[in-house]
Design a protein around this ligand. Structure first.
Ligand code: AMP
Ligand code: MG
Length: 420
């Protein structure tokens, strides 16, 4: 990619890292928490698998019927012979296991064992019955309506791989294998704290010039979807000594510490200084909008994210960087964000030099994707993120865009809106 030159017509900052540079810088410093524990199957949802899971059985583990009907052998069926004598029944859980003679049939229920000597099941609706005889009314083919052993999962097959986040479907699969406990990575401890003299508790009446501390609730909401333990470190005033004390305490306990606010270059912004005094700043400038500045570093073993104060910047930087770091720490396999292409419904203003994430609404019209901005795009305007179902990702070298142009969009799914 061609690097832009610094001038007043773009937003280029020579010291700011691109998203890719920042991300690789962060991930290099994060190690997977290596210890694991066994949890009950029911409690394993959303945890990260610490070992591959191999099946000890075939699923299904016997040849069985996919329909209510009659099991026969196809070699006895011809234009001259469509009549079979029904000599037994096979229920799910109550099998017919004897050999079946030529021209005999076994009445079989869905899930019932299909005897070895039978190789087709005729649906109940496609036979005519007369006392203990059936007449097959439709053509048949070998193996029809039969479910074979190992058709779903084979014995010794790796069914789920280490690093997978276990979901409800996986739990169903594990149960179908008779697995009662699951090896998962232990949960790291994530601490979070808000900084700012203007912040006031949501339990108090707000005065002029104060701001409700919404970031801590936002972060709590974002973090609770991960397999992590959380510790809320409250609010700290814009005073270097108080900030240092709080960071020092928290970093001794936490695997990751996330702060919001106070990370810029204003007179009340002490977060970077505190990080520098207690540990090491890895970088603090990124060329992302909204999102800069973001201070990343380490205080001993604790990874430190100094996120900006504006709520939308908090979410965007969380999505782009904190998400990847926590996932890696939890042992989850890395997944790139899903990117789609959509056509712009409106013009969009942009200057070159920074990657921008606009809050967008993605629409499917006649199987074609269109996108528009979801409202005002200031980094303080959280309400336009409420209605968004995607980010419109505009790379650094893009400038103003016209209606009808193609753009990249990152969908935000509803159930895990800001999770992956
Ligand atoms: P700062 O990065 O500290 O300069 O803050 C940038 C903007 O974000 C300011 O308008 C702050 O009032 C606001 N802000 C900072 N922290 C919070 C918070 N915890 N909740 C809501 N808004 C905040
Ligand atoms: Mg502040």
């Amino acid at each position: 990619m061609k690097k832009l030159k610094d001038n007043c017509f773009n937003e280029f900052d020579p010291n700011a890292l691109s998203i890719e540079e920042a991300l690789s810088n962060i991930l290099k410093t994060i190690k997977v928490k290596s210890s694991s524990e066994n949890v009950q199957l029911k409690n394993s949802c959303d945890r990260i698998l610490a070992k591959d899971i191999r099946s000890k059985i075939d699923v299904p583990n016997y040849k069985n019927s996919a329909m209510d009907g009659y099991a026969i052998n196809i070699k006895d069926f011809s234009n001259q012979n469509k009549i079979f004598k029904c000599v037994g029944e096979s229920f799910a859980g109550n099998s017919y296991t004897k050999a079946v003679k030529p021209n005999h049939a076994i009445k079989v229920m869905t899930g019932g064992n299909v005897p070895n000597s039978c190789n087709a099941v005729v649906m109940k609706e496609l036979v005519e019955t007369n006392e203990d005889e059936i007449k097959v009314l439709a053509p048949i083919v070998k193996d029809q309506n039969i479910r074979f052993p190992g058709e779903d999962i084979r014995k010794n097959q790796v069914v789920l791989t280490k690093g997978k986040r276990i979901n409800e479907i996986d739990i169903g699969i594990l149960a179908s294998l008779g697995i009662t406990t699951v090896p998962v990575f232990k949960m790291p401890l994530i601490g979070f704290v808000s900084t700012g003299d203007e912040l006031v508790s949501i339990k108090k009446k707000i005065k002029k010039n104060q701001v409700y501390d919404s970031n801590r609730y936002l972060l709590h909401g974002l973090l609770r979807k991960y397999p992590v333990e959380l510790k809320d470190y409250g609010v700290v005033k814009d005073k270097l000594s108080s900030i240092e004390k709080k960071f020092s305490d928290a970093s001794q306990k936490c695997d990751v510490l996330i702060t919001t606010g106070g990370v810029s270059v204003g007179d009340a912004d002490h977060v970077k200084t505190a990080l520098d005094n207690l540990g090491k700043i890895k970088f603090w400038k990124i060329s992302v909008k909204p999102g800069r500045p973001l201070a990343y570093g380490k205080i001993n073993k604790c990874a430190f994210f100094g996120l900006p104060g504006n709520p939308v910047s908090v979410i965007v930087t969380f999505n782009l960087f904190v998400n990847a770091a926590i996932n890696k720490l939890c042992g989850k396999n890395y997944e790139n964000h899903l990117l789609l292409e959509a056509e712009l419904i409106d013009d969009i203003k942009k200057r070159k030099g920074r990657t921008e994430y606009k809050r967008g609404i993605l629409i499917n019209k006649d199987n074609k994707l269109y996108v528009k901005k979801s409202g005002a795009q200031g980094s303080n305007i959280l309400s336009s993120l409420k209605d968004a179902n995607c980010y419109i990702k505009l790379d650094s070298e893009i400038d103003n865009l016209k209606k009808g142009m193609k753009v990249k969009v990152m969908p935000l799914t509803l159930s895990s809106k800001y999770y992956e």
